[in-house]
Ligand binder design. Structure first.
Ligand code: M6R
Length: 612
């Protein structure tokens, strides 16, 4: 995720900005840049790649000056490149902006500004902010008013630092739904999106709240509401945090942090993409292929690991709600299968967090050789798969650092649900059904929060089951892939044998293994296959097998059969995987953590698998 640092004081800004950017590196990024004012002019340096590259550049061409802003970018609009790196500027190079968040209405604003003669030099949403500020300064406003007027036109989220030639000794800071803190004194201000960039210099912090704007200069700071001019009194807090804890947001591991981020991840993946009243999904990345997609008669979903499990859920969604025959294939098998593909009626949709997985990329190449339309559902912007596919949808889940995929799995499910809406509404799906799915998708973040409240209980359960060496995970229909995913989570971080099984397959072999030392995790919400699942649970019970059930809130029946029950809120059947997977992620996390294992970096595995 992007990171922001600003400095204003008596020391050389570049050193403190660089140090701040380095401390934000753990968040993941693809490019970096800074702007410093040296008393007579602004100097900007940007690089694609690491902060170390920026440091190298700075060692060759020192930029002196005691005021500046800096940024690490994680691409959302436009590929990772020097051109798209922040700070962004206006036409004259007199306004400088670093931004975290997304300007949702940037296309409309950009068109308007271009009509007025503004020339854009990047593909980013952020650049519109620099041009808006330029426009209002040209109309006679001072910097603070020009920024405020610009922010009133923006829809979306932001943490912003802005400098400009008109008042070069000031930094303007503003926030809406994206964090920003001001470190105060002595004799200096360090402003950053994350306290880890500040605490080396001061523990006195002010947290900006939504719709607040701060004007900072050598004399001090003034904070006002976006909609007013009077001062807002802010408390200065003393923060005594451990630096490594901060990087992980106070969590012990990135994996746990990422599990807890999931409500926000769902909101980010949905942002600007649901037209609730019309029961539609607006997927900008598919605009160019919208007509081609109307003639599609078969969908082929291809991916590896966790992304493959998301595809299996997608298969149920797309067949049930969009009415399109769908096949799923693991990418490592796809090209060896000699797949029969028809360029007129087939589409290949590959799903990948990293966008670099070798097998998944090979499937894209295979499809292209056969002239078949390829789409990507990818998290990392500008990655190879994102570039090689004809069109696609980004997850917008932010960087995932833990090797075990958690928040990106949920965002893959969200995007597949949006795709189902998109394709379904192109076909026979009614407005009422579309509207119902949209309505329920909006509730998912709140529902996940309710499940996360059971973290302590799940941690205790992981302790209670800590001595077992084998686990079965069972589910049907939409939750069969969740069983596979739960089992994968447990085995990849705890090295304990766990197997995901379609519950209906139990009697065809696995039942032979059931005994008191082999517990089963059963995903059994009150859905269309509930009764069948209950029968399977009885079969396990009859053979002294222990059962942990994931069930719908209020289901008292299940507690009579299962040894443990974790409840999830009721939602549409197609969306239950987004909820049912959360307790399984937490269970795997606590199980491995209690064994003292390196949860974020399990042995033998890599985050991005770029070899076959
Ligand atoms: O980057 P990708 O989504 O293409 O990666 C695919 C798999 O390697 C990945 O999902 C893997 O299974 C995860 N480590 C599972 O947690």
């Amino acid at each position: 995720m992007c990171g922001i640092v600003g400095y204003l004081g008596k020391n050389q800004a570049q050193n403190i900005l660089l140090d701040g950017l380095k401390r934000l590196e753990y968040r993941g990024y693809d490019s970096a840049g800074l702007t410093v004012y040296n008393g007579s002019e602004f100097k900007t340096l940007k690089v694609k790649g690491k902060v170390a590259e920026l440091a190298k550049l700075l060692s060759q061409q020192k930029i002196s000056g005691t005021i500046g802003i800096a940024h690490t970018r994680w691409a959302t609009h436009g590929e990772p490149s020097e051109r798209n790196a922040h700070p962004h500027s206006d036409c004259q190079g007199e306004v400088f902006v670093v931004h975290n968040g997304i300007v949702e209405n940037y296309k409309a604003l950009k068109q308007e500004l271009e009509k007025e003669g503004h020339k854009f030099s990047s593909e980013t949403d952020t650049e519109v902010i620099a041009h808006l500020v330029e426009k209002f300064i040209a109309a006679g406003l001072n910097l603070e008013s020009a920024v405020k007027k610009s922010l009133h036109l923006i829809k979306g989220t932001y943490a912003l630092l802005i400098m400009a030639k008109i008042e070069p000794d000031k930094i303007i800071a503003a926030r809406l739904s994206s964090p920003l803190r001001i470190g105060v004194g002595p004799d200096q201000f360090i402003i950053a999106s994350d306290p880890s960039a500040i605490l080396n210099y001061t523990q006195q912090l002010i947290t900006l709240d939504d719709k607040e704007v701060a004007v900072i200069d050598q004399q001090g700071y003034h904070i006002s509401a976006l909609d007013g001019n009077g001062s807002v009194d802010k408390e200065i807090e003393k923060i005594e945090w451990d630096m490594t804890a901060i990087e992980k947001g106070g969590f012990d591991h990135f994996m746990l942090k990422e599990i807890f981020e999931q409500p926000e991840t769902v909101s980010n993946s949905l942002r600007g993409r649901l037209i609730d009243q019309q029961g539609l999904a607006a997927l900008g990345g598919l605009k160019e292929v919208e007509t081609e997609l109307r003639r599609i008669k078969r969908i082929n979903l291809v991916a590896c690991g966790t992304a493959y499990h998301a595809c299996l859920v997608g298969e149920y969604m797309l067949e049930e709600y969009a009415g399109i025959p769908t096949e799923v294939c693991v990418a490592s098998e796809f090209r060896y299968r000699k797949p029969i593909l028809d360029p007129q009626t087939d589409v290949i949709i590959v799903v990948s967090q990293s966008g670099e997985t070798a097998d998944t990329l090979a499937a894209v190449k295979e499809a292209k050789e056969k002239d078949v339309l390829t789409l990507g559902i990818v998290n990392v912007i500008g990655s190879t798969i994102a570039r090689e596919t004809d069109a696609g949808v980004y997850n917008h889940a932010g960087p995932e650092i833990g090797v075990a995929s958690t928040k990106v799995f949920i965002s893959q499910l969200v995007v597949l649900a949006l795709l189902t809406l998109f394709l379904g509404r192109q076909r026979q799906m009614s407005l009422v059904t579309g509207g119902r799915i949209a309505e329920e998708l909006r509730k998912i973040p709140g529902y996940i929060n309710q499940i996360l409240e059971q973290n302590e209980k799940i941690s205790q359960m992981a302790k209670d089951y800590g001595q077992f060496k084998d686990f079965f995970y069972l589910g049907r229909k939409y939750n069969f892939p969740v069983a596979l995913e739960g089992a994968l989570k447990l085995k990849e971080i705890s090295y304990v044998h766990s197997e995901g099984i379609a519950a209906g397959e139990l009697k065809h072999g696995p039942l032979a293994m059931i005994e008191k030392d082999l517990p089963s995790v059963f995903i059994c919400p009150q859905d269309s296959v509930y009764d069948k699942n209950l029968s399977n649970m009885e079969e396990i019970k009859a053979r002294q097998g222990k059962i942990i059930a994931i069930a719908t809130s209020g289901d008292t029946e299940i507690a009579k059969i299962a040894d443990e029950v974790i409840y999830i809120p009721k939602t549409l059947e197609m969306l239950t995987p987004m909820l049912a997977v959360v307790p399984l992620q937490l269970f795997a996390y606590h199980f491995a953590n209690q064994r003292g294992l390196d949860v974020d970096k399990p042995r033998n595995l890599a985050k991005s698998v770029t070899v076959e």
